[in-house]
Write a protein that binds this ligand. Structure first.
Ligand SMILES: [Zn+2]
Length: 235
């Protein structure tokens, strides 16, 4: 009976739509999990970078300490030499050297202060990040578990629909199932279109009123002249 076939085709389309929707939803979950893990990874990398920075600042600070000491020694040396200068020019030259070294000393000291500030700030940032990452870690784990459960649930829903699909197919004459699959493949997964307000519910092209009347009689299967989909009238 045509009306029975139409009902089965419509039912099959609904089930397939649901399967498509659910499959898409399930397939998005691994991507979401990846995103969560990536975020945690980036935060951890950030923390490691900060730790490496502190080590480098401390190394730089130690080197600056050595430079400062050298500088102070040189100043002391030139100051001794200053008093043993034999000519005015020599005297001036030592003064100039002392001046240069003092300038250098100032620069080194400024750099050391800057490094100390950097160390302090970065260490504070590390402590903050460590706490934050702990929270992110817990949160990520929880979210991943939830997502996995959700995926499992969706897969079960898909299985149920697939069972229903099998039932529908078993009642549908094989040639109609083949037609359905062929149109579905060519038409973006949708083979059956509902007529609404005298237009094809999928391509929105008008269906002649006479055709609608014919379809209602349930004597034949009709196809949309524009998109080729099976037309149904669902009251
Ligand atoms: Zn159409």
């Amino acid at each position: 009976m045509v009306s029975e076939i139409i009902k089965l085709l419509w039912g099959l389309q609904q089930v397939d739509n649901e399967i498509d929707y659910l499959t898409k939803k399930a397939n998005e979950i691994p991507e979401k999990i990846k995103g969560l893990n990536l975020h945690l990874e980036q935060e951890t990398k950030n923390l490691e970078q900060n730790r490496a920075n502190v080590i480098n600042y401390k190394k730089e600070y130690k080197l600056a300490e050595v430079d400062l000491k050298t500088c102070e020694e040189k100043i002391a040396q030139y100051q001794v030499q200053l008093y043993s200068a034999k000519t005015n020019e020599q005297y001036k030259a030592f003064l100039k050297e002392i001046e240069n070294q003092k300038k250098l000393k100032n620069e080194i000291e400024d750099k050391m202060i800057e490094l100390l500030e950097k160390i302090e700030n970065t260490e504070r940032e590390i402590k903050r990040k460590e706490k934050e990452i702990e929270i992110i870690k817990e949160d990520t784990q929880k979210k991943i578990e939830e997502l996995k459960k959700e995926e499992e649930k969706i897969r079960e829903e898909i299985k149920k629909r697939e069972e229903k699909r099998k039932e529908l197919i078993s009642s549908l004459p094989v040639n109609y199932y083949e037609i359905y699959e062929k149109i579905k493949k060519r038409r973006n997964g949708i083979a059956v279109a509902k007529i609404e307000n005298e237009v094809c519910g999928i391509c929105f092209n008008p269906i002649p009123p006479q055709t609608v009347i014919e379809i209602r009689k349930n004597e034949n299967i009709y196809y949309c002249d524009y998109c080729g989909r099976i037309l149904v009238v669902i009251e």
